[in-house]
Design a protein around this ligand. Structure first.
Ligand code: SF4
Length: 376
C-alpha cells in the first residue's frame, strides 16, 4: 500500500488542504497547556524524503482521477469518486480525493514550525510541490514567532514569491507575564517583529489567541497585553481558541497546586470583551470557529464590526443567571450553536430538563469543564 508521512494536526480552516509533512513534531514542545507532541522527538525531514512523498501524492492524484474516468465522470472528482477511492485503496487516496473534490488548490505544510527549515530548502520544497501538483495555488503552514522573527523580510518575501500564502501562528497571549508563565518561549517583542515582517512580505498572518490562559491571576494582563500586540502586528486574522486545561500537562499540575485558577464561562467572555474593546487601528478579522469558544457567533472584521461584536458579548453578559446556565449547558452539549438557538422552545425546554438534574451552580461548572475537556 502506498504511504506518505503525515502529522497529527492542522488548523481547522485547512480542513480541505492536502497535508505534506516537512518536519516532525515540535522543536519547542514545552508550552504548559499543550499535549500534542509530548514525548515525541522533533526532527527535520530531508528534502529528498519530502520530495518522494510529493511524487507519491502526484501518483495518487492520477489514480483518483482514473477512478473518475473509469466511472464516466471525465476526471471530475465528486462524492462517489471520494468514497470509491477510500474503499478501493485506503486512507491516503481518500485524503487526496477529498482534496481534489474541494478544488485541489490548497496545501498545508506540517508540523508545528516549518519555518525552522533553511529558507532555501523550504522554497525548493514549495516550488517542487507547485511543479509536481500544478493545481496547487496556495500553501500555508504553522510557524513559531521566535523562528519567524529571525527570518529577514527578504527571506519571507522569497517564501511568498514561491507560493507561501499564509502563516498560522499560536500567539496564545501578548502578555510577557502570561507567555512566561505558560513557557511559550516567545515574547511580545518577538511576536510583533514576526507579525510585522510576515505582513510586510505580503504573507497573510493568522494569530491564535487563547482566552482564559492567564487564569484569574492574570486575566487583565492577558487581555490588555494581547490587544497591545495585535494593535502593533495588525494580523489579517485572529482566531479565538478558548483554554481547556488538559490532564497530564504542566498547566494542569499548576492548577492542582493552586498556582493557576481557571476562569469560568462568564469570566472568559468578560476577558474577550476587554481584549476586543482595547483593539485600535487594526483591520483584523475575528474568527471564533473553534468548538471550545462559548460564543461562536463572535465574528467580524475590525473596525467596522467592533460594535456588533461588543453587542454580541453584552447580549450574553446581560442574560439572567438562569438563561446563562441554559445557554452554557446547551452550547456545551451541542444543542445550541449560537444564542439565537435558545429561541427554539423545544430545544430550550430540553436543556431545562437536563439542567434540572444538576443540583447547584458549582456542579454545573464542574460538568461544563468536563464537557469542554472532551473537545481537545
Ligand atoms: S509551540 Fe505549539 S505545538 Fe509546540 S508545544 Fe507550543 S503549542 Fe504545542
Amino acid at each position: 500500500m502506498v504511504h506518505i508521512e503525515q502529522g497529527p494536526i492542522r488548523p481547522p480552516s485547512e480542513a480541505s488542504s492536502l497535508l505534506i509533512r516537512v518536519t516532525r513534531n515540535c522543536p519547542w514542545n514545552r508550552c504548559a497547556f499543550c499535549k500534542t507532541y509530548k514525548g515525541k522527538q522533533f526532527s527535520r525531514r530531508s528534502v529528498e524524503e519530502i520530495k518522494r512523498d510529493i511524487d507519491t501524492l502526484a501518483t495518487v492524484t492520477e489514480q483518483v482521477k482514473q477512478i473518475s474516468w473509469d466511472k464516466g465522470w471525465s476526471g471530475r472528482v465528486n462524492g462517489q469518486v471520494v468514497s470509491e477511492a477510500g474503499s478501493r485503496y485506503g486512507h491516503l487516496h481518500y485524503h487526496v480525493a477529498q482534496w481534489l473534490y474541494y478544488g485541489g488548490k490548497n496545501v498545508f505544510l506540517q508540523d508545528a514550525n516549518s519555518l525552522i527549515l533553511k529558507t532555501t530548502e523550504l522554497v525548493h520544497i514549495i516550488q517542487y510541490v507547485r511543479n509536481t501538483l500544478p493545481s496547487v495555488e496556495r500553501l500555508t503552514t504553522y510557524a513559531r514567532a521566535d523562528t519567524a522573527s529571525r527570518k529577514s523580510t527578504d527571506e519571507l518575501l522569497e517564501l511568498r514569491e514561491a507560493g507561501l500564502a499564509r502563516i498560522h501562528m499560536g500567539m496564545e497571549s501578548g502578555s510577557d507575564i502570561v507567555l512566561k508563565m505558560i513557557q511559550k518561549g516567545t515574547t511580545a517583542k518577538q511576536l510583533i517583529e514576526a507579525g510585522q515582517k510576515i505582513r510586510a512580505a505580503g504573507i497573510s498572518l493568522c494569530w491564535y489567541i487563547m482566552p482564559g490562559l492567564g487564569g484569574r491571576e492574570y486575566s487583565r494582563e492577558h487581555a490588555l497585553g494581547t490587544a497591545a500586540v495585535i494593535n502593533q502586528g495588525n494580523p489579517d486574522y485572529m482566531r479565538f481558541r478558548t483554554l481547556s486545561v488538559i490532564k497530564n500537562t504542566p498547566l494542569h499540575e499548576m492548577m492542582q497546586k493552586g498556582d493557576f485558577t481557571p476562569l469560568d464561562e462568564d469570566e472568559v467572555i468578560e476577558e474577550q470583551r476587554l481584549l476586543l474593546a482595547s483593539l485600535e487601528g487594526v483591520n483584523t478579522t475575528v474568527v471564533s470557529d473553534h468548538i471550545l469558544n462559548l460564543l461562536q457567533e463572535l465574528e467580524g472584521t475590525l473596525p467596522a464590526d467592533r460594535d456588533k461584536m461588543l453587542g454580541i458579548i453584552d447580549r450574553y453578559l446581560n442574560m439572567t443567571l438562569k438563561e446563562k446556565a441554559n445557554f452554557q449547558l446547551g452550547r456545551r452539549a451541542g444543542i445550541y450553536a449560537t444564542m439565537n438557538d435558545m429561541q427554539d422552545q423545544n430545544r430550550y425546554l430540553y436543556v431545562e430538563k437536563l439542567l434540572s438534574n444538576i443540583e447547584s451552580p458549582e456542579q454545573l461548572k464542574i460538568a461544563l469543564a468536563r464537557m469542554r475537556r472532551q473537545f481537545v
